[in-house]
Design a protein around this ligand. Sequence first.
Ligand code: SAM
Length: 252
Amino acid sequence: MKIGMKEDSNTVDFGHARVKRGEKSGLVREVFSEVSETYDLFNDIASLGFHRVWKKYALWLLNLKSGEALLDVASGSGDLAIKATELVKPAGTVVMCDINDRMLEHGRNRCLDEGKLIPLVKANAENLPFVDNSFDKLTIGFGLRNITDKTKALNEFKRVLRPGGKALILEFSRMSDGNPMKKVYDWYSYNILPKLGELTAGKSGPYTYLVESIREYPAPDQISELLKSVGFSSVRFQPLFPGGVTVHQVTK
Ligand code: SAM
């Protein structure tokens, strides 16, 4: 499969560029370190608040129940995790995990501000520090695109989920050529988003990466194939926001 072949090679995508395999995670770390302070503001402005709707809908799809244990991978500022605590309380647990200190710090400050006690763990999704079968559910919101070895990360998701556990992947997707919204979406992405980045974070580079990384990310059916190849069952996906965002759901 194409994605597998790409991942096996010595170079990987970083936006539209190809970089050495070992370099990508450092470059991604720089991107998120540069925008951590203004991350939430940018999301609200750039998506006109829609990212909140997508995240709320994703959690509704996952059908979290009181008492369940959820791992939110690539948790960033904690939007999914913070909302999820309301759904698993009083006896459930939510754990946030991210590779980036600055994003974790920002997430921790938000948890404190919102009066939430959520354990935060610094970890690479490709090597999760949890024992097998520890979680009922797992989420990753807008994170998979940034991970160097997606197969390795998905294997880790499967390992830490209990049998019958469910994972949900919320991610941007490039619009297909036949999509009537594609021209406007591409124009907005390449022309407006980097300018919004300039306005909010004082730099456009991280947002050029955002736009390009969405175009390099495999199409939803390729992601489904990858999920099946890792051994997940009941693999299904649903496009949101006319194909610009996709949610995949799978079962271990
Ligand atoms: N999930 C949050 C949300 O939906 O708003 C944050 C998403 S943000 C676009 C992507 C996050 O993925 C960043 O916080 C980044 O540090 C994290 N990330 C990137 N590569 C990672 C990896 N290999 N393992 C864990 N987290 C990673």
